[in-house]
Design a protein around this ligand. Structure first.
Ligand SMILES: [Zn+2]
Length: 148
């Protein structure tokens, strides 16, 4: 009983908590705001980072996943605040899978069914393709940490 009430308390606290002066809602608004990203000197304007509707665990940690194939585009997902994404034990499939399920993956026009059905190449955010990449914590409302 006591454990339950503590968990609830923390959850409410975390909801009203600020990290770097911003609430989780404000962090999400900031991180999904359209921006210019670049790769090899080419600029991509009005890129709006996609935040997955799927939430893992308490959802108090915001992480990003960038793939080599989709650079400079990336995806955002809310996961459990107790997950350490920089740990060797962390399995990136845990965040890749829900993104693929929600958005749809695309292996290129020759291999991809939805490309062929739609007679055009899948576009972000419905085109995640994993041939390697990286991921990282953006902000964690469980411990107040901010990613680099
Ligand atoms: Zn496709």
């Amino acid at each position: 009983m006591r454990k339950n009430s503590n968990t609830k308390e923390c959850h409410n606290e975390c909801k009203t908590m600020l990290v770097d002066g911003l609430s989780l809602e404000e962090w999400i608004a900031k991180e999904t705001y359209p921006r210019t990203v670049s790769l090899w000197g080419q600029e991509y304007h009005d890129f709006k980072p996609y935040l997955c509707e799927t939430i893992i665990g308490d959802g108090l940690q915001l992480v990003c996943l960038e793939t080599i194939d989709n650079r400079p585009h990336y995806w955002l997902i809310r996961i459990d605040s107790k997950t350490d994404v920089s740990s060797d034990d962390f399995d990136f499939e845990d965040i890749l899978e829900p993104i693929e399920e929600e958005c749809g993956s695309c292996e290129g026009v020759d291999e991809c069914e939805s490309c062929q059905e739609n007679v055009e190449e899948c576009v972000y955010p419905n085109n995640i393709s994993w041939g390697g990449g990286h991921w990282g914590m953006v902000v964690n409302f469980g411990n107040g940490e901010v990613g680099s």
